[in-house]
Each structure stands twice: as structure tokens, then as C-alpha cells.
Design a protein around this ligand. Structure first.
Ligand SMILES: [Zn+2]
Ligand SMILES: [Zn+2]
Length: 139
């Protein structure tokens, strides 16, 4: 009698231990994946462009490199970069290789660019585009 009673409870304990292991393991994996990495000045989550033919402002995901304008389909794109003003922290978005750039806020000459993030491009008025819109041949 006593022997028969012990077996189910021992199995239950073992099952519980497995459940805790599995749930705990998933918890650790989930926490590791959701961490938001801090991006440096030369890292971004987006590529920004302006079309030199029609002036369309847009950006793509970091792994998408636009080949043509989503609006007029011309390949004359200029990459966008950002400059942070040390005086007022304003981010000024400008064309790459534009030479001297003045701060939007205080007109100070800026140097040392940083790549703007997707939300900064968006705040500036650029529209996010999909690969199908900016590649000649969609993947
Ligand atoms: Zn265009
Ligand atoms: Zn400034």
C-alpha cells in the first residue's frame, strides 16, 4: 500500500522540476533577445536617402541599400547623414559629403557626423520604404 502511494507523488515532483526548468530556460532566452542594444555614432537601424531628381526623402531598414527613388525610379540617390550640435543637441540631417553643415537651431558650423536612426529620419519627414519600392529587382 505504502509503496503504491509514493510512486505518483515522486513522478509529480519530477514533472514539476522539468516544468520549472523549461519555463525558466525560456525566460532567460527571452530576456537575452529583448535587450535593446545601444547604438554608437556610426551605427544606425536605417539608411536614409534623398532623391536628387525629385527631392523625395525616404529611409530603409539597415540591411536594405536603395538603388532607386521609390517615387520617380531614378537612381540618383544621395545618402543622408546627421550632425549633432554640441551646443544644443539638435540633430541636423544633411547630404553625405555636403561640406560644411550649419545647425538648424543655432546656425553653428557642425562637424563629426552620426548616422540618424529610423525615428530621427521619420521626425525629419522621411518615409520608410520597403525593398520592393527602392530596388530595381525586388528580392
Ligand atoms: Zn525621385
Ligand atoms: Zn546648434
Amino acid at each position: 500500500m505504502g509503496h503504491e502511494k509514493k510512486q505518483p507523488s515522486r513522478r509529480l515532483v519530477r514533472n514539476l522540476a522539468w516544468m520549472i526548468l523549461v519555463v525558466g530556460g525560456w525566460g532567460v532566452v527571452g530576456a537575452g533577445c529583448s535587450g535593446n542594444p545601444v547604438l554608437g555614432a556610426m551605427e544606425s537601424d536605417a539608411n536614409g536617402y534623398i532623391c536628387s531628381a525629385c527631392g523625395e526623402r525616404f529611409f530603409t531598414a539597415r540591411n536594405v541599400f536603395a538603388e532607386c527613388c521609390p517615387k520617380c525610379r531614378q537612381p540618383n540617390l544621395v545618402e543622408l547623414v546627421g550632425y549633432t550640435c554640441p551646443g544644443d543637441d539638435t540633430l541636423t540631417i544633411a547630404l553625405r559629403g555636403a561640406g560644411s553643415v550649419a545647425c538648424l537651431q543655432c546656425r553653428a558650423a557642425l562637424s563629426g557626423f552620426k548616422l540618424p536612426l529610423a525615428e530621427e529620419f521619420k521626425a525629419w519627414g522621411a518615409i520608410e520604404r520597403t525593398p520592393a519600392e527602392v530596388l530595381f529587382q525586388a528580392p
